[in-house]
Design a protein around this ligand. Sequence first.
Ligand SMILES: Cc1cc2nc3c(=O)[nH]c(=O)nc-3n(C[C@H](O)[C@H](O)[C@H](O)COP(=O)(O)OP(=O)(O)OC[C@H]3O[C@@H](n4cnc5c(N)ncnc54)[C@H](O)[C@@H]3O)c2cc1C
Length: 463
Amino acid sequence: MKRIAIIGGGIAGLSAAFEFERLRQGGSSIEYVLYESSSRLGGVLRTDYIDGCVVEAGPDSFVSEKPWAADLARDLGLGDQLIGSNDADRKTYILTRGRLVEMPDGLMFMVPTKILPTGLSPLFSWKTKMRMAQELFHPPRAVDHDESVAQFVERHYGAEMVDRLADPLLSGVYGGEAANLSVRAVLPRFADMERKHGSLGRAMLEARKKMRSNSGKPAPPLFTSLKNGMQHLAESVRARLTPSWLRTNAPVEAIQPDSNGWSISTGIHSDHFDGVIVALPARAAANVLRMASSELSAELAGIDYSSSITVCLGYGRDVRETLPPGFGFLVPRSEGRRLLAATFVHNKFPHRAPDDRALLRCFFSGANAEDAWSLSEKQIIGIVRNELQQIVGLRAEPLFARVYQWKSAMAQYGVGHLERLERIERLRQNLPGLALAGNGYRGIGVPDCVRTGREGAKTLANA
Ligand SMILES: Cc1cc2nc3c(=O)[nH]c(=O)nc-3n(C[C@H](O)[C@H](O)[C@H](O)COP(=O)(O)OP(=O)(O)OC[C@H]3O[C@@H](n4cnc5c(N)ncnc54)[C@H](O)[C@@H]3O)c2cc1C
């Protein structure tokens, strides 16, 4: 019988446990024990049900392009629970000099693929529009070193594009700043396009042409989620696992290789296993692995994390009727606000709010979240309401308001991240029976966390 420990009960650790359970039910001789420091499983996947609304405290959906989270849902029999974002209403605004300006049609991340809407958009100055035209002649460039997303975007489209689009779009995903994030780790597709084609605009136009001629099928929705919220995914995994092997309120203090496997210590207790999956944020992984390898621990500790706060507000029909259509808005840092983004959930996922409710999900992260960290919930709600009043003229008293604070939960893939991952992989290979999973490595989103958990489980089961 092979015994494996899983450290961390977020979606990465749960996905690993699900994979072991499948192998076990298929006849493999495997036992797993999952250690979770808090009293609940799911990590940042948390959903509350308030006043008929599905309120997401952490992630609200995942990109449909990455299949692993939807595959897990289907493997759990939740295929009929998967919902797509309401892309017919997909409009996103950028706060520009205090006014909401719609993102022009045809922008693929920050790359314009339709001349007219971008050319007429008040989002960009004439100088940036000229840069967009010149960008089509950008020569291929074999860069042998990593650089920040801000440097990369600025080389192609200028500083205004970093401020108005690249930075706000990335802060919604990583909670970080374009000036600190690695282009190779965060936008590998764009780095690749530059190497092969030079111009991102030309590369994107060619890719679109190919997509159109290859498929007559309608495009899938941009985002996928679950009808009853993201926590449903975590709960459905938990329901499939062997209850006596799930240890909540069990923070792991240290893991160390011993004579023929691994010793896992929770302080008073320790237990022996043949292998271990560390499915923790990289910083927490660094702590538990300190005694196993100080070098590995130092590399893991070098992966930065940022904190974030989500504030969900529910309103009545009158507010719903006055808010702009579309998915919501992003706020460039240069606008000097605390808020970085707000989603109009009732438009993006209409099933999540009754017809007579408006549901807003507001987000701040990084320095903006740190500044607000020690404030009371009432004060945080006050800041959000004040900014919503200034941005969309929303004065009404919310029917409900919830604040969720996530300390150091979003990984920041800094410049040189991929090189660090290579060093981590070399050090890990010196520790047989150890796998790493979670959001610190090759993808921060839910699909990549699911993938790393399941892949780690398969690797250890076959070792
Ligand atoms: C506010 C927010 C919004 C997001 N929005 C999206 C989104 O819309 N779409 C998307 O795809 N992704 C989103 N993400 C990212 C994504 O949700 C996370 O990266 C992913 O869920 C992380 O899963 P995980 O299992 O790796 O880590 P976590 O969920 O952080 O789980 C780690 C678990 O380990 C436990 N733990 C910590 N230390 C120990 C220890 N010593 N011993 C035992 N257990 C320990 C923790 O309690 C926790 O339960 C968002 C993240 C946040 C914070």
